[in-house]
Design a protein around this ligand. Structure first.
Ligand code: ADP
Ligand code: F6P
Length: 465
């Protein structure tokens, strides 16, 4: 059997807690398949160019890590990946910083990854590259003679063609995707945007189902919505730490209904909009005021990127003013916690909550929605309020779908969720869980790798960049 080689910028010891859908999903996949996980060590050093790869054994997985120099980290990670690609791919052209200097760092780090990874590869390895940090990696590997099958999965959304076209050098970026054998997206909408872009900008011709020819090459592309490890998460929900958390929350909030939000503190997650909707709910429903509490856990993320500092201040100020205006001596409507919660305790928190607010302005998928559903007691389940702009909404139509920009509409959905009779909660939960179970993380991994295996081998050549 071929060895699986996973490559991503962020890597994590599969035995430890991580915040971020990519690290959580890949840790679960690799724990099962074993293999090599190659990525950034998380360390910034003076000059990384000739540093050795650092190896670490983590159960069945070998982690192979490279350091980044300060200059490369700033241009590659803060600059191009999170200052250009992240905002544009989340439809936020207004937040993009198209500094021409960043692209050099992005290319240098992709070249560094290719150079350090190549000697570690075996002829029959299957290589799976993840996310927007590493779009040109296959092109860089091919330029060095790599012949193995390489797949790519984009964890974040792909925006409509004209929005993509706002990125200087966008054609170079999308052309680089054709060095892969298979490109996977989270949703049908993302796949549709990809097809629209290559047809409009590169005169691509559909060759076959999900296969296009452009730039003198062909590529296979498809939608592979990511899931969670339902069995593992259910076991986590029944383990002592989660049960203890559940009981503690139930004791503490015995007279109240809990609403919960768990996110990285990111402007794509719609946290200020969520707070405004909750404030609207409190304003419109004075009789329900002291019976509902929103717990918002927001883990620190990318704090060196300006837009993230701004969102932090906005959120803190909104939570402060809601508590100031609506709080009582014995009740605060919002509990805002700016930290990562231990993964073992999360299911307990989800289970103790009557409502989950998963209301991103734009999200590739959103795994919190699936985790919340999985942690529920099927006899008395909570209600998922889900943004129609999360990739998950394509699959989870039985949730209460909202437009997070519509403050009144979201506030009305909160009321509906809190008052939903148990029969309706059960019916919706059952239908949602069928999807969550069927399209779990193993389905995602197996279906992507099977599709990669089926791709028609094409001589990709070395002239890419
Ligand atoms: P993203 O990949 O954009 O962060 P997802 O919802 O897809 O969003 O994945 C987030 C993952 O990280 C989930 O598994 C979630 O449980 C975890 N996570 C997010 N925020 C926190 C937090 N504050 N504490 C603990 N885990 C978190
Ligand atoms: O899942 C989306 C994602 O952007 C991953 O690519 C990333 O690892 C995660 O969120 C957390 O972000 P970061 O790696 O920048 O901390």
């Amino acid at each position: 059997m071929s060895r699986l080689v996973v490559v991503s910028n962020r890597i994590a010891d599969p035995r430890k807690t991580a915040a971020g859908g990519l690290a959580v999903a890949l840790a679960e996949v690799l724990n099962n398949t074993g293999g090599l996980w190659f990525g950034w060590s998380g360390k910034i050093v003076d000059a990384a160019e000739d540093d050795d790869v650092l190896f670490q054994r983590a159960g069945p997985v070998t982690l192979a890590m490279v350091d980044l120099s300060q200059v490369d980290h700033d241009a590659f990670y803060l600059g191009y990946s999170n200052g250009v690609l992240w905002p544009v791919f989340h439809y936020r052209l207004d937040l993009a910083d198209f500094d021409a200097g960043y692209i050099g760092g992005y290319r240098r780090v992709n070249q560094l990854f290719a150079r350090k990874l190549l000697p570690l590869l075996r002829p029959d390895d299957v290589i799976w590259v993840h996310d927007y940090h590493l779009i040109p990696l296959a092109a860089e590997l091919r330029a060095l003679g790599c012949k193995q099958r390489i797949g790519f999965f984009l964890h974040i959304p792909l925006p409509p063609p004209l929005m993509l076209a706002a990125i200087p050098g966008h054609d170079w970026l999308i052309r680089a995707l054709f060095a892969y054998d298979l490109v996977g997206f989270q949703s049908k909408a993302d796949l549709h945007h990809f097809a629209g872009y290559i047809e409009a900008e590169a005169h691509a011709q559909p060759v076959d189902e999900g296969r296009w020819r452009a730039f003198g090459r062909t590529v296979q592309a498809g939608a592979f919505p990511i899931g969670i490890d339902v069995q593992e998460f259910t076991a986590l929900a029944n383990a002592p730490e989660a049960v203890e958390m559940y009981e503690r929350m139930r004791r503490e909030y015995s007279r109240r209904r809990l609403l919960v939000g768990v996110d990285r503190l990111d402007y794509s997650k719609g946290l200020p909009q969520r707070m405004r909707a909750f404030r609207e709910f409190l304003t419109k429903n004075p009789d329900l005021r002291s019976s509902a509490t929103l717990i918002q856990i927001a883990s620190p993320s990318r704090e060196n990127v300006n837009a993230y500092t701004e969102i932090l201040h906005e959120l803190e100020s909104l939570c402060g003013s809601i508590n100031g205006n609506f709080g009582e001596l014995d009740w605060m409507p919002v509990r805002y916690i700016h930290r990562t919660v231990a993964r073992a305790r999360l299911p307990g928190l989800y289970r103790a909550s009557r409502v989950a607010l998963v209301t991103p302005l734009r999200d590739g998928m959103n795994l919190v929605a699936k985790e919340f559903l999985t942690a529920q007691n099927a006899d008395d389940p909570g209600v998922l309020v889900l943004s129609r702009f999360a990739g998950a909404a394509e699959q989870l139509g039985e949730a209460l779908l909202v437009n997070p920009y519509d403050t009144e509409g979201t506030a009305a959905a909160i009321l509906l969720a809190l008052q939903m009779p148990v029969e309706e909660r059960r019916t919706r939960h059952e239908a949602l869980m069928q999807t969550v179970r069927r399209y779990d993380v193993h389905w995602w991994c197996d279906s992507f790798l099977a599709a990669l295996e089926r791709t028609q081998a094409e001589e990709k050549g070395t002239s890419w960049l």
